[in-house]
Design a protein around this ligand. Structure first.
Ligand code: SAM
Length: 319
């Protein structure tokens, strides 16, 4: 029997906001993971059907076991969500969920070097089809580019020092494991930073993972495609775990929002230029996890949930 190590984040909030606009709605879960959200939606709404996308076929296999009892109400699509949505055929979904980032499974079980706490091969690819591992990225990129990645995707103020230390370590044997990278980063930062609230390598690990999987580019393209594909009256939800992702969701929702004062998008006709869609925002400000959930599941502390509805009557075909 598979063990599930990830708790679905902000589940109650999602269940109360992402209400199917029709009983036989189609829900697309762009980040299926271990299928925790999927199981809850399939149980709560017995007539919906569900398509679960994940870039990682290994975690998807765990979800398939968990969701087996729902039979042909569930189907699985393997690949990065922007690519799967870009090749979408058939009716648009009524509900779309993005629960961005990686799963607890990746830290605990994958063996692919996502965390600084274990000494594993420094891979970090979600999909076996991603072009290069984190170790290859660190071996190939110029120091300035490594510093940029760590600064922009990790929001790490010691990015230059860390990049210089990585390049120096490259000359003496390379960086093949997560343990080695954690050591190099710890030694590169000032001593007081080593004893801060988070491990000194946390931000560097996040940055590398984002770069290896092009997480921000994919979030940008994926959320736009979801808005475009969504059936009229349908709902899209995005859970982000750091400000870089949340900013993307906020900007796209604002851009397509009928209530957006900043862009004036409410006056625009529905057209190809605007992604073929207009949205109403259900969350003007993002929702955060409850104190109870934060105590139970510390990983939910940084979660921000935004939900928007595509303008139009449910049941009409998508353009
Ligand atoms: C936070 S976990 C989802 C957890 C899931 N909601 C649950 O309840 O078990 C995010 C999942 O999305 C996948 N993922 C991340 N970025 C992706 C992308 N661009 N395309 C497809 N899958 C992605 C990861 O492999 C991971 O399994």
């Amino acid at each position: 029997m598979a063990e599930f190590v990830h708790s679905p984040v902000m589940l109650e909030e999602l269940l109360s906001l992402l209400v199917p606009p029709r009983p036989e709605a189609l829900m697309v879960d762009c980040t299926l993971g271990e299928g925790g959200h999927a199981e809850a939606f399939l149980s709560r709404y017995p007539d919906i059907s569900y398509r679960g996308i994940d870039a990682d076929p290994r975690i998807q296999a765990k979800a398939a076991l968990r969701l087996g009892r729902f039979g042909d109400r569930v189907s699985f699509l393997s690949g990065y969500f922007d690519e799967v949505l870009g090749a979408w055929e058939g009716p648009g979904p009524d509900l779309v969920l993005f629960d961005l980032g990686i799963s607890m499974y990746h830290f605990v079980e994958s063996g692919r070097g996502f965390g600084h706490g274990k000494d594993e091969e420094l891979d970090m690819r979600l999909s076996p089809e991603a072009p290069r591992s984190a170790a290859q990225l660190l071996a190939q990129e110029r120091e300035e580019e490594i510093a940029r990645i760590i600064f922009e995707y990790g929001e790490e103020r010691f990015s230059r020092r860390i990049a210089a230390a990585i390049v120096a370590a490259r000359r003496s044997g390379g960086i093949a494991t997560s343990g080695r990278l954690a050591e190099i980063v710890s030694a590169a930062v000032p001593p007081q930073y080593r004893h801060g609230r988070i491990h000194p390598a946390t931000r560097t690990f996040q940055a590398l993972r984002i770069a290896v999987n092009d997480e921000l580019g994919r979030a940008e393209r994926g959320i736009r495609l979801a808005v475009k594909l969504l059936a009229p009256g349908g709902l899209v939800a995005v859970i982000a775990f750091h400000s870089l992702e949340d900013r993307i969701a906020k900007r796209i929702f604002r851009e397509f929002s009928s209530t957006s004062a900043s862009t004036g998008a409410s006056d625009l006709p529905i057209s190809e230029d605007t992604g073929g869609a207009m949205l109403g925002l259900l969350t003007k400000k993002p929702l955060e996890s409850s104190a109870e959930e934060q105590a139970r599941n510390p990983a939910s502390r940084s979660a921000k949930l935004r939900v928007a509805r595509k303008i139009g009557a449910a049941g009409k075909a998508n353009a």
